[in-house]
Design a protein around this ligand. Structure first.
Ligand SMILES: NC(=O)c1ccc[n+]([C@@H]2O[C@H](COP(=O)([O-])OP(=O)(O)OC[C@H]3O[C@@H](n4cnc5c(N)ncnc54)[C@H](OP(=O)(O)O)[C@@H]3O)[C@@H](O)[C@H]2O)c1
Length: 269
């Protein structure tokens, strides 16, 4: 049996859609429908992985580090106890170490390496859809995201779902492997503006921090998350050149989708 966690999320939905109709696949979610199992990393009593051969753990990273680490500790411990055959974890690309949210991913990778499980780590790059959320144009068409002269090796979420399905449905050849999965087409502010027929006039980090805080939509821990994302892109850390051995194309078995197209389509929706 293959169980997928985080199945109602954006990545999880793409993964489960690709596995629809398979009777050996079980959806593990906090809000299970018929045939699904309740899986809430915040409630260890819900973590029953009896009969699970492969567990695809989609990270539950939208929280403070201590909460994310506790969630992932709980899920790995439960998988060890249940004798899960292989755990596949969606992590963050190696060039993302300057991002505030890298810590919880690296913590989880270390915990996996010390576990009794067979494991595979999918080090996902930042989504093109995420770029569309954090570098969308304003009403006048100006992109003000503080990306500086930096670029992001963004990757289509659909491509990461394809790789996750490929690995999770035949995990044995991938045991003990950590795969870097970043885009091949790094995108900067001018590229995004050109694609949309707009302008790129980056704000400062201070102005962006104030705008995010004033808008009041970000939780306190999300403000440094967003600022560190801009800062790391502007600093040139996320353009893909620092990633050794990008496995995206090989594990897809084809060329990656165009991140710029995904950005443009997502912004347009
Ligand atoms: N690479 C990137 O650009 C990027 C961007 C944003 C986030 N991420 C990371 O990648 C993950 C997947 O991305 P996404 O776009 O699918 O995020 P998403 O749409 O926010 O989905 C995250 C899923 O995490 C699950 N979750 C949250 N708290 C949980 C808990 N206590 N126990 C079990 N599951 C829990 C939820 O699944 P259920 O409701 O089904 O339980 C939720 O739907 C995120 O959680 C985050 O860690 C990556």
């Amino acid at each position: 049996m293959l169980m997928i966690t985080g199945a109602t999320g954006a990545l999880g939905k793409l993964v489960t859609a690709r596995l629809a109709g398979r009777d050996d696949v079980v959806i593990g979610t906090r809000t299970p429908g018929p045939g699904g199992r309740r899986v809430d990393f915040d409630d260890p009593s819900s973590l029953d992985f009896t009969g699970v051969d492969t567990l695809l753990v989609i990270s539950a990273g939208a929280a403070e580090d201590d909460v994310v680490a506790a969630r992932h500790e709980a899920v790995i411990t439960a998988a060890e106890k249940a004798g899960v055959g292989h755990l596949v974890y969606t992590s963050l690309s190696g060039d993302g170490d300057h991002l505030t949210y890298a810590l919880a991913h690296r913590w989880t990778e270390r915990r996996l390496r010390r576990s009794t499980l067979n494991w595979t780590v999918l080090r996902n790059g930042l989504y093109a859809e995420f770029l569309a959320a954090v570098a969308a144009p304003g009403p006048d068409g100006t992109i003000a995201a503080p990306l500086g002269d930096g670029r992001l090796a963004a990757v289509a979420r659909e491509d990461l779902a394809d790789v996750a399905v490929r690995v999770a449905t035949n995990p044995a050849p991938h045991a003990g492997r950590t795969y870097e999965l970043v885009g091949e087409e790094p995108l900067g502010g001018p590229d995004l503006a050109r694609a949309l027929g707009g302008h790129y006039e980056p704000d400062t980090l201070a102005a962006t921090r104030e705008a995010i805080t004033t808008a009041g939509q970000a939780l306190p821990f999300q403000v440094p998350m967003l600022l560190s994302t801009y800062s790391a892109i502007a600093g040139g850390f996320l353009d893909g050149t620092g990633v050794e051995n990008n496995k995206l194309r090989e594990l897809l078995g084809r060329a990656p989708r165009s991140a710029l197209k995904v950005y443009s389509e997502t912004v347009g929706n």
